[in-house]
Design a protein around this ligand. Structure first.
Ligand code: C5P
Length: 406
């Protein structure tokens, strides 16, 4: 097992010698690449002694005979681990810069990539840093930490480099291919985005859903080894690589695609904001403007999730997960929906709160389960919500230890 360890310039680098020791004790060969500033916090000599290998630094070092060392290093690695990862390095990776050996290796690598951010809390919470982390997560980069606590600058908050033992455990598992595949062999159907119901030939009834939550779930499920069908209403998001994507517009089209996709599936997560109403017979052309106004009678649209719940009855598969966008009595209303639609879990989503709901980068959800468990999660990016939800579902429904629990 070969770990390529990128070390960047921040005080957290003082923990790296211990990390190198733990990685090697776990059976990994470790090759260290330091950025120019890393040497201020930890010496090349220390890391060379502990890794028992030369430490790489400069892109165009005389040691490099053919100048393509970054390609060789990237090719040999089972994991590229960057610990600590500074805001600067995260930005380089997110932006695809190749201005030093480490950022160039990142672009040249085909192996899993794990980053352990470490910086001042304000820096970490800055929207620029969060946006870069979001880009990296979307690409499948594993982000571990940071921890929360006292920082070298005297402040307290998120930003501490995770402890070497935690980083080493996660890194060794990922390098050994032991994680990331917890949904392998499973068929997962995810819905995303809004639906549109025509009012006439040019107008429609819809909602502001962007598809961010559903697409993040699809990416997280692919990353965990699932075979994913993503049924998406109109969004501006690119199709997640590796998913079978069915593009739909109307509720009935989404219903058809979901019912078809969920045959024999193991898990259905309905993150789409499906319309509840539709016009029975929309005019084919554009309705004329009238001074008298316009009365429209809307009929209920089919409830896809309720139909899946009825079809499944008391069978354990597919596991059914709904989202509940609520403005009042979040938990009570969500629990009622869980029961009415015969779901296993519902993710309740306060859509009237800042940092949650439609179009936001982040979400603040409460996971409610059929067994009565109610777990309120902090504000997180939608990718983090997706990762945590799928890890939870994998543990409860799909791990060997879960036995026959539905
Ligand atoms: O009842 P409500 O629309 O609030 O329930 C939300 C959940 O039901 C979401 O998971 C949504 O995707 C799903 N739903 C559906 N079909 C509808 C309306 C909502 O599957 N027509």
């Amino acid at each position: 097992m070969e770990v390529l360890l990128g070390v960047t310039g921040c005080i957290g680098a003082y923990k790296v010698p211990e990390l190198v020791r733990l990685l090697r004790a776990g059976g990994a060969g470790v090759t260290v690449v330091m950025t120019r500033n890393a040497g201020w916090f930890v010496t090349e000599g220390t890391l060379q002694t502990l890794s028992q290998r030369p430490v790489y630094g400069d892109m165009f070092h005389p040691r490099t005979a053919d100048g393509i060392e970054h390609i060789d290093l990237a090719r040999r690695a089972d994991l590229l681990l960057v610990a600590p990862a500074t805001a600067h390095t995260l930005a380089s990776f997110a932006g695809g810069l190749a201005d030093d050996l480490l950022s160039t290796i990142y672009l040249a690598s085909a192996c899993p990539v794990m980053v352990a951010p470490a910086m001042n809390s304000f820096m970490y919470q800055h929207s620029a840093v969060q946006a870069n982390l979001e880009i990296l997560r979307r690409r499948g980069v594993e982000v571990v930490g940071p921890g929360t606590g006292e920082l070298a600058c005297g402040e307290s908050g998120p930003g501490r480099l995770l402890e070497p033992a935690d980083i080493a455990a996660k890194a060794l598992a990922l390098a050994g291919g032991k994680t990331g595949q917890i949904l392998a062999g499973l068929n997962v159907v995810i819905s995303s985005g809004p639906t549109r119901e025509p009012l006439d030939g040019v107008r429609f009834l819809s909602n502001p859903a962007t598809g961010r939550m559903g697409h993040a779930l699809a990416e997280a499920a692919i990353h965990r080894g699932a075979t994913v069908t993503l049924v998406s209403g109109p969004t501006h998001l690119p199709d997640p690589a590796g998913a079978r994507v069915v593009h739909v517009t109307r509720v009935e089209e989404m219903r058809h695609a979901i019912l078809e996709g969920s045959e024999g599936s193991d898990l259905v997560v309905m993150a789409a904001a499906v319309g509840d109403y539709r016009l029975a017979r929309p005019a084919a052309g554009k309705l004329k403007k009238s001074a008298r106004g316009l009365d429209l009678h809307l009929e209920p649209a089919p409830d896809i999730l309720a139909e899946l719940g009825r079809r499944r009855g008391s069978a354990p598969r597919p596991v059914l997960v709904g989202f509940a966008a609520e403005t009042d009595d979040l938990v009570l209303n969500a629990r009622r929906k869980l029961e009415a639609k015969n779901l296993d879990h519902i993710v309740a989503n306060p859509v009237n709160r800042a940092g949650a709901g439609f179009g936001a980068e982040t979400n603040q959800v409460t996971l409610i389960s059929r067994n009565g468990d109610t777990d309120s999660w902090p504000v997180m990016s939608k990718s983090q919500v997706a990762a945590r939800l799928l890890d939870h579902l994998a543990g409860v429904h799909f791990s060997a230890a879960a036995g026959t629990e539905g």
